[in-house]
Ligand binder design. Structure first.
Ligand SMILES: [Zn+2]
Length: 504
């Protein structure tokens, strides 16, 4: 005799049977009467109809072309609206919750759970359908992809020099597990149980490629704050890394924000400098205007057509830690859960601010009451230098890639989604136009990461990662502040439901 199913379990089976196909392969989608704005086009395509099947754009027509809509097609009326490709942020870090250490996350599981559920939605809320995590591993990527709604994410393997930046922040020996693609140079003794033959440039590139990485991230950083004597790689090591990466078809990004580091990156032949040039060595830092020495580096970056990620919000994210008003910014309640914002306000949530204060107190010998002023006066000129260097590159049509470094450092002041939008404002301040930002966050990023066969434009064959906007994004970045619909792999999402303060 067949087991008798209860009414509840029959309903559950029915729901599963209905839900699975619908959730995985969205019904066909047709967007009607829309104006297409796409970076490869010299002018918008008006009154267009875009047909999406199985998450890809399969047809684009104009005027009275025959509709392909069947009864299973979802039709979205686009008259008066703009259709643009989803945005790409080519510099994010998805592993951590902004402002929280792993230990704090373990101590506050409910806050952490709410944060991890919200973060993927917040990037989408501001139009970012693709994210490149510059230092990740397959288990971390699997965690990100386990969310029902999350931007498409890709990763670079982090080829840090053993015990150098930024693996120095993790305790030994745990750091060697966290950094499976670290480099060990000849002559350096390897830690117990680690075979140096698996940590040559060739070996780490082969392994990260096999693990699914699309790029290599490396570092040139002697340190800052309380740590200033970190080991840096030899030029021949990074040249070998670049050679192995290029043979494997992977672009190389380098963390570099000093004149010494950016010169090193140019000499090593890296493809992308992952920060703006804001830390100028003593001989150049008497002025915030570009000196002849800094100009020479920037000119060489232009001549080599290296990809440039200004990441100007990084420094604002440090400065904002010391702003009384920052945590009252109403935009934060859209991108982060209220429980996390409350925790940031708690003494424990202020840990990174306290850490920087102590650092400044001891190194600058500052009066405790003066620490905030000292930090503000110290960081202001650095921000200005980064802005001047970026403005110089923008004015000469440097290959600017949109990358926000969200979240940089363990600051809470680089919130997902909002931080990208603020980075756009910094770029506008440095002279980039809305049209240039649009291109750098779509096609230029896609090309730099070799994803342009799949994303970056509104064209037949591309993934249906699209934004429906009220304003033309080539005219104003305000277009991304009130997105009408976000389309992710052909699935239509309502921004109102992605917000952290959405009423469900
Ligand atoms: Zn970064």
């Amino acid at each position: 005799m067949a087991p008798k199913l209860s009414f509840a379990s029959r309903i559950r089976w029915l729901m599963l049977a209905l839900a699975v196909p619908g959730a995985l392969s969205a019904a066909d989608l047709q967007i009607e009467h829309v104006t297409i704005v796409s970076p490869e086009r010299s002018s918008p395509m008006r009154d267009a109809r875009v047909h999406v099947h199985d998450g890809r754009i399969v047809a684009i027509s104009t005027g009275s072309g025959a509709a392909r809509s069947g009864k299973d097609t979802m039709v979205v009326e686009g008259s008066g609206l703009y259709l643009a490709p989803g945005l790409i942020d080519s510099h994010v870090h998805l592993g951590a919750i902004p402002g929280m250490t792993p230990e704090q996350e373990a101590a506050h599981p409910d806050i952490a759970k709410a944060a991890r559920e919200q973060i993927p939605h917040s990037f989408l809320l501001y139009g970012f359908t693709t994210l490149i995590d510059l230092i990740s591993t397959p288990p971390e990527m699997a965690r990100w992809r386990s969310h029902d709604i999350a931007s498409n994410a890709y990763f670079c393997g982090g080829a840090a020099l053993m015990d150098g930046y930024s693996m120095n922040y993790a305790p030994k020996p745990q750091r060697y597990q966290n950094w499976p693609y670290m480099l060990i140079e000849p002559g350096t003794p390897a830690p117990d149980g680690i075979d140096p033959a698996l940590h040559t440039p060739q070996a780490v590139v082969s392994r990260m490629k096999a693990d699914g990485a699309i790029c290599v991230k490396t570092f040139f950083e002697r340190g800052f704050g309380g740590v200033r004597d970190l080991p840096v790689p030899r030029l021949e090591t990074i040249r070998a890394l670049v050679k192995a990466a290029h043979a494997a078809g992977l672009p190389v990004l380098m963390h570099a924000n000093t004149d010494e580091a950016q010169r090193f990156g140019l000499d090593a032949g890296v493809d992308i400098l992952a920060h703006g040039l804001w830390n100028w060595s003593q001989e150049h830092s008497t002025s915030s205007n570009v000196t002849p020495g800094i100009q020479k580096i920037l000119d060489d970056e232009l001549a080599q057509n290296v990809g440039l990620q200004p990441t100007m919000q990084v420094l604002h994210g440090i400065r904002d830690l010391f702003s009384e008003a920052y945590l009252s910014d109403p935009r934060l309640t859209r991108v982060l859960p209220s429980t996390l914002l409350d925790w940031y306000r708690s003494p424990e949530g202020q840990w990174f601010r306290v850490l920087i204060s102590q650092d400044v107190k001891s190194s600058a010998n500052a009066d405790p009451n003066e620490v905030e002023r000292v930090i503000d006066e110290g960081i202001g000129p650095v921000i200005e230098r980064g802005k001047h260097a970026t403005a110089y590159l923008i004015a000469r049509h440097g290959r600017i890639l949109f990358g926000s470094d969200t979240p940089s450092a363990p600051t809470y002041a680089n919130p997902p989604g909002l931080n990208e939008w603020l980075e756009m404002h910094r770029l506008i301040d440095a002279g980039e136009t809305a049209a240039q930002i649009f291109k750098s966050a779509t096609l230029t990023n896609a090309r730099a990461l070799k994803l342009d066969g799949d994303i970056g434009t509104v064209q037949v064959g591309k993934r249906a990662n699209l934004l429906l906007l009220r304003q033309d994004p080539t005219s104003t970045i305000d277009a991304y502040a009130g997105i009408v619909k976000v389309i992710l792999n052909g699935r239509v999402l309502d921004p109102a439901e992605l917000a952290a303060d959405a009423v469900h």
